[in-house]
Design a protein around this ligand. Structure first.
Ligand SMILES: Cc1cc2nc3c(=O)[nH]c(=O)nc-3n(C[C@H](O)[C@H](O)[C@H](O)COP(=O)(O)O)c2cc1C
Length: 319
């Protein structure tokens, strides 16, 4: 079993990857997508989204971080994929799942699931450009409007040379509405002989076990669940080896939030801090009632110092 930390634009940056991989359980991370349009991007663009390139392509706790690209032009994607691995990414992931309107309008992300041939061309061209030792993987949804092309798309990606697929088991039209259709992953696995990572709606160790059972995939990717419950990956690993581990207690989560605050304020000069911490809270609220209560206090606070003070106060009240 491998557990992958999902790419999440605007939420899972290098600081979040560092925090979550320190807690443990993750085997691989994927960056937020690097948007490729019509040029070879400068090194600084890759480093901004993946500063880990400066540390051998790994988080400080040693978990590899793979760069994800999003775009529609096979040649520009290929050039940038090659650049990513030359800079130290341990492979490249291609995003065919993003539902954002702007991205789809420019023919990137999930809209390409309507064009099996384009998927094929992209992966074929990228595969040809990237040395064989580096995996070229694809992240897909089940389809755009429906599942009529799911299996054709999976076959095309495999035939074009994709090393591995990650399947977010919903269509673009499904958005993020539960459920994720894990049994569909098993259907995909039946038509392609490559590894398939199962993704979508894993919030607890029990969800992970059910997803693995219904999809037939040992490998899973965790997105929102890992933000809602920072110890989720570690708990899943423990459950797999037969030892139950409790979710991280709230006081420890608060300490983590304060640690993240230190990092984020220093790392990005506090520019995005208040948005990012609030976004993290929107997930924590799903698992921790204490986060819900605290969020009602934080919601209107804008300044980093104000938010940090509120977090410190909450921690003091517990001690
Ligand atoms: C805020 C947000 C940002 C996301 N950004 C990306 C992205 O950059 N690349 C990508 O392939 N998927 C992205 N996703 C999709 C996730 O990687 C994942 O497939 C999805 O959230 C389902 O998994 P989950 O139910 O475990 O969250 C994003 C999802 C969210 C909620």
């Amino acid at each position: 079993m491998r557990i992958v930390l999902a790419p999440m634009e605007g939420v899972v940056d290098h600081l979040m990857r560092d925090m979550l991989t320190r807690i443990g359980g993750f085997d691989l991370c994927v960056t937020e997508f690097v948007r490729v349009v019509d040029m070879k991007l400068p090194r600084r663009v890759f480093y901004r989204l993946c500063p880990e390139l400066g540390q051998g392509g790994k988080t400080p706790s040693g978990v590899p971080v793979k760069i994800q690209l999003l775009g529609q032009d096979p040649n520009w994607l290929a050039e940038n994929a090659l650049k990513a691995v030359e800079l130290g990414s341990p492979g490249v992931d291609l995003n065919f799942g993003c539902p954002a309107k702007m991205v789809n309008k420019n023919k990137g992300g999930a809209v390409l699931l309507k064009e099996t041939d384009t998927l094929y061309q992209i992966v074929k061209t990228v595969r040809a450009a990237v040395p064989a030792a580096f995996p070229v993987t694809a992240k897909i949804r089940l389809g755009f409007d429906d599942t009529s092309l799911t299996l054709d798309n999976a076959r095309a990606l495999y035939e074009a040379g994709a090393t591995e697929l990650t399947v977010h088991a919903r269509t673009k039209a499904d958005g993020y509405r539960p459920p994720a259709y894990w049994p569909w992953i098993e259907k995909i696995r039946a038509v392609v002989p490559i590894n398939v990572i199962a993704n979508g709606e894993i919030w607890t160790p029990a969800d992970a076990a059910l997803c693995q059972q219904q999809s037939g995939s040992a490998d899973i990717m965790l997105g929102r669940g890992a933000l809602a419950r920072p110890s989720l990956a570690k708990e899943i690993v423990a459950a797999r080896s037969g030892t139950a581990e409790q979710a991280m207690p709230w006081p420890e989560v608060l300490e983590l939030l304060l640690q993240y605050s230190d990092y984020e304020i220093a790392g990005d000069k506090g520019l995005y801090y208040s948005n990012r911490i609030k976004q993290w809270f929107s997930y924590l609220k799903l698992q921790y009632p204490e986060a819900d209560m605290l969020f009602s206090e934080l919601r209107l606070q804008r300044k980093a110092e104000e938010i940090v003070r509120t977090l410190q106060q909450a921690l003091r009240q517990l001690n």
